[in-house]
Design a protein around this ligand. Sequence first.
Ligand code: PAF
Length: 296
Amino acid sequence: MEPGTDPLTVAILGSGAMARYWAFSLETMHPWVVGQVPPPYHIVEMDGTEHRLTPLHFDWCDKPPRTPDVVLLLIKWRRMPEAARWISAHAPQSLVISLMNGMGQDEALSTVPAIGLAQGLTTAAATRREPVVYIRSHGQTLVPQLGDPRERRLQKASRTYGWDWCWVNLKTMADLRWQKLLQNSVINPLTALADCTNGEILERTIWQLARPLLNEGTQAARAVGAEVPQDMLGRVTRLARETRDNLSSMVQDVRAGLPTEIDAINGYIIRTALSHGITVPTHQALVRLIHSLTGG
Ligand code: PAF
């Protein structure tokens, strides 16, 4: 085999709903799963088809047999210290692709020297009701083009295996990540407070907060040069509809009594806004309310 044409080794960091969703979606590449929950993973597709996966699994403290080419970061924010240690120890030269909610992955991983980090996004949705993960929407997955040779091999693999990943330039990616952050800053805390699905939130009185949240968040995004379209309310409404049967990741965390990602989502918007002298009272109120729900 020519060098560089051998199969790519992909390590998925995380073993929650989204990590198992990607272990299923990329199954033909035999990705490893690194995280607390060992397989088998039981996945139910939108048409009800059931699958049981048994990917090669490592606990955070296990030593993998070799260095993976690509690391897919699909952890919860609270696992960032374990992920940073794992990447430093076992994948310092690998291409790390984050498909996590929220912003600030680059700062959180700044302890990993010379990390090759691509911050992408996905609107795929999955609900975890142990031991089953129900796929609710395949959404859209976007990854920035860094011009890295490992990335070109991944692009080739994505064509070979028919994934619908889009590779976009860095500026477009930065804009779209801000837009996804704004969508998460509305859907996630509002569904967590109302304890309902993404579809149900559209009918609740609390949905009236969507507009002030988007107005405040858009000012923060524009202050750092991100392009945000006028119809964000329409976009977030569409995303809630497309993922209507899903319980947002924040509802799932609150129900499980786990810390949420509020500080990486609304908290990130607040930090950005305040550093530019912009007031964001609705985001601040929501962060306090979510913290009071989870005791954090
Ligand atoms: O965090 C989530 O749950 C997801 O990002 C999304 C797309 C809002 C679907 O629930």
